[in-house]
Design a protein around this ligand. Structure first.
Ligand SMILES: [Zn+2]
Length: 259
């Protein structure tokens, strides 16, 4: 059984047909799916959605590319939502220096505050990073507090050195369907990282609706496609897909305390 730790099932065109997505996911061996929010508004939607479906769990948080209408009150709102029963993480949160214009100071502030919310709520974090590895690692080191901060680097895009540091501090990393694409320099680094990272520190994710694995490249991604990414990762680790699924599912259950 697989756990998809990252699927934006709250997006309106998906949420409107959620039962079909969940049925196909179950048929493909997916037992649980984590739905991460990207704003305060969508955090409210996520909480409502996951309460309606047994196999869904939610993450609440404010994404670094969604700060146009940011208000300090949104952080107070996230802190309140963090206590909802099916909320298992603060995410997705992080830094993004790709989409312009960006405000580094504001991104840092919102990220640090959400790391603190996660620590006080005893929840892990789901971290997004795009072109911001050095600043992100600095903040993680500063907020780590000997293990109080736990979590996942989703759609991992940093290097071997950062992956090793994540393992050392007990964080988990995950890759999306783009690891199944025809190799380029970035993919080859990802292969090396997977080979050098213990299975105990890996998670599975689709990042639905983005980055579908081959043979669905160019289509809308969905949780039922997770087996293709899982197969590629299992091949890189030279283990069976069954054992890879079992370990990564246990990892997700333990990090996010799914029951
Ligand atoms: Zn995402």
């Amino acid at each position: 059984m697989f756990i998809d730790t990252h699927a934006h099932l709250n997006y309106p065109d998906i949420a409107a047909n959620i039962s079909e997505f969940l049925m196909r996911a179950e048929d493909s061996g997916v037992e649980s799916i984590i739905v991460p929010a990207t704003t305060y508004r969508t955090s409210l939607d996520v909480v409502e959605l996951v309460q309606k479906h047994k196999m869904l769990w939610g993450a609440v948080g404010i994404h670094p590319t969604e700060l146009r209408d940011f208000d300090e009150k949104h952080l107070e709102g996230i802190e309140v939502l963090a206590k909802e029963s099916k909320v298992v993480a603060i995410g997705e949160i992080g830094l993004d220096y790709y989409w312009e214009p960006y405000d580094k100071e504001l991104q840092r502030h919102v990220l640090v505050e959400q790391f603190r919310i996660a620590k006080s709520a005893l929840l892990p974090v789901i971290v997004h990073n795009r072109n911001s590895t050095d600043d992100l690692m600095d903040i993680v080191r500063a907020e780590y507090e000997g293990g109080a901060l736990r979590g996942q680097f989703h759609s991992f895009s940093a290097g071997l050195k950062e992956a090793a540091e994540c393992v050392k501090i007990g964080f988990y990393i995950s890759f999306t369907g783009n690891i199944t694409y025809k190799p380029n320099a970035g993919t080859l680094t990802a292969y090396e990282i997977v080979k050098n990272t213990p299975v105990d520190n890996l998670l599975l994710e689709t990042d639905t609706p983005y980055l579908p694995p081959v043979p669905y490249r160019g289509k809308q991604n969905e949780p039922s496609y997770i087996k293709y990414t899982a197969q590629k990762l299992a091949d890189l680790k030279e283990v069976s897909i069954e054992s890879f699924a079992e370990v990564t599912t246990n990892n997700a259950r333990s990090l996010f305390k799914l029951s």
